[in-house]
Design a protein around this ligand. Structure first.
Ligand SMILES: [Zn+2]
Ligand SMILES: [Zn+2]
Length: 476
């Protein structure tokens, strides 16, 4: 995956026409960093280049804006939405207003106002990690077409009706589970991977931090449908890209750690986003079929239920919002432990567990069963999946209202026997590491803004040449 392509270099468009009435200060990335390193925001005396624009927002002006937006290092989302184009995200600590002000302090662009700047962000498919920014592609495409009321003869309207029935049904059953009593044996939870968190967070230097490629941290959160209690707490499983990536094997391993945290509970129902890369794949099912047959967890039955993509507001969302809020008002978060501390203080009964690379198993992507019985339709149409202790089967329903489950052999016998002995397979033998250039950049650009004792954390992070930057590409 590459970043949004830059069509041309800003300098391609520059005219030297002295009759211009518009001036643009074009700053190279290197210059911006140098200027910001002075940390006083004083950029007067920059190189000033005169540009002629016949109309507002000529391509060269757009290129200046694009370059400025890209300098904030937008990252890809943690999942792929097949129905929607790939979106890029900026951390919730930034605002469009602060970015716009940053631009107009340095560049005088005729015709540019706040709304045009906002539009450019939209065009580049850049969103903020604050909640509610995801738009449902099906609902969006319905709203774009010509019927304002459902027309039964129109295919688009028919699709939309089916879509609304689909998500309302899931929502209905979610609320039924929400009303059920959590107990020491039965828990109803939601689980979701928080949009990326970045380290370090430097409260008084947000702009320079935002312009540096930082360490990506992950938080796979488990939250009860009701209120978090001592018996059924919120559980945040944390790790960072220096230890492991965010492929389906890593997510499945985080699920295992989450389930281990609910010791004593015999039946867990997990409500999940319907995202294939994250929550609905053979890797995760493989891991779940194994774990339920071990004594590592107390589970006798595990049920996974799926909400419709983009209609997935669930209890994990306010927990993530509370974490983002805490981070926004925090002073510096310089090392991973600072992040752990702030997350554990983000809500009552919130437990944090951090993972090292040795906690990550190498799960197989394909189910270990005969291809003839591997019905890939489970993945696309299943709305409920279930695993039962002592069984090597996978159970599924394609409709919440169905009384009976379908079932299929899933684990090979010898694998089931190994699982019962608590053998889950191989773990990672070394940390994933981050790109050496990125680590050096963090240390040289941001190191002097941090406490001395934070240095050890940064110099200890495993770093290698040529490691893919998780910010712009998936690692699996
Ligand atoms: Zn929708
Ligand atoms: Zn229509």
């Amino acid at each position: 995956m590459t970043m949004p392509r830059q069509e041309s270099s800003p300098s391609d468009e520059i005219s030297s026409d002295p009759a211009t009435d518009l001036e643009i200060r074009l700053l190279s990335d290197c210059f911006i960093n140098r200027a910001l390193r002075k940390a006083d925001g004083n950029i007067l005396g920059d190189r000033i280049i005169k540009v002629t624009f016949k109309n507002a927002l000529q391509p060269s002006a757009i290129e200046v804006i694009r370059k400025q937006i890209l300098s904030f290092n937008p990252c890809i989302s943690h999942y792929r939405i097949e129905e929607a184009p790939r979106a890029f995200y900026l951390p919730g600590s930034l605002t469009i207003k602060s970015m716009y002000q940053n631009l107009i302090q340095k560049h005088l662009i005729e015709g540019l106002d706040y709304s045009l700047y906002q539009k450019q962000l939209q065009k580049m498919n850049i969103k903020f990690t604050s909640l509610g920014s995801d738009v449902c592609p099906s609902c969006f495409s319905y709203k774009q077409h010509r019927h304002t009321r459902i027309n039964r003869n129109c295919i688009k309207c028919q699709e939309y009706t089916a879509h609304t029935n689909f998500y309302r049904q899931a929502r209905f059953y979610y609320h039924i589970d929400r009303k059920k009593k959590q107990s020491s044996t039965d828990a109803y939870l939601t689980a979701d991977l928080q949009k990326f968190l970045l380290l370090p967070v430097l409260a008084n230097h947000t702009q320079i931090a935002a312009r540096t490629k930082r360490l990506i941290c992950f938080n796979q959160t488990f939250v009860p449908l009701g209120r978090a209690t001592m018996a059924v707490p919120n559980v945040c499983i944390l790790w960072h890209e220096g230890e492991a990536g965010r492929g389906d094997s890593e997510i499945a391993s985080a699920f295992i750690e989450g389930l281990k945290s609910y010791n004593g509970i015999e039946h867990i129902t997990l409500w999940l986003d319907n995202h294939a890369g994250q929550n609905k794949n053979w890797t995760l099912y493989n891991a779940m079929a194994h774990i339920i047959n071990t004594n590592i967890v107390s589970l006798k039955k595990l049920t996974l239920k799926y909400l419709t993509p983009s209609h997935t507001f669930m209890t994990a969302n306010p927990v993530h919002a509370a974490i983002e809020r805490k981070i926004r008002i925090s002073s510096n978060l310089e090392v991973f432990q600072d992040l752990e501390n702030i997350i554990s203080k983000s809500g009552r009964n919130t437990h944090v567990r951090s993972l090292k690379y040795t906690n990550f198993y190498k799960w197989e992507k394909r189910p270990p069963i005969d291809e003839r019985t591997a019905n890939s339709d489970h993945l696309t149409t299943a709305r409920v999946i279930q695993f039962v202790r002592g069984e090597s089967k996978i159970y599924w329903k394609t409709d919440f209202t169905a009384e009976k489950f379908h079932c299929s052999e899933f684990l090979l016998k010898h694998r089931g026997a190994r699982a019962r002995k608590g053998i889950l397979g191989a773990v990672l033998t070394q940390p994933r590491g981050i790109n050496l250039v990125k680590r050096e950049e963090i240390i040289t650009k941001l190191g002097y803004l941090m406490r001395k004792r934070s240095f050890k954390f940064w110099t200890n992070i495993s770093a290698k040449i040529g490691i893919v930057n998780l910010a712009v590409a998936d690692d699996d």
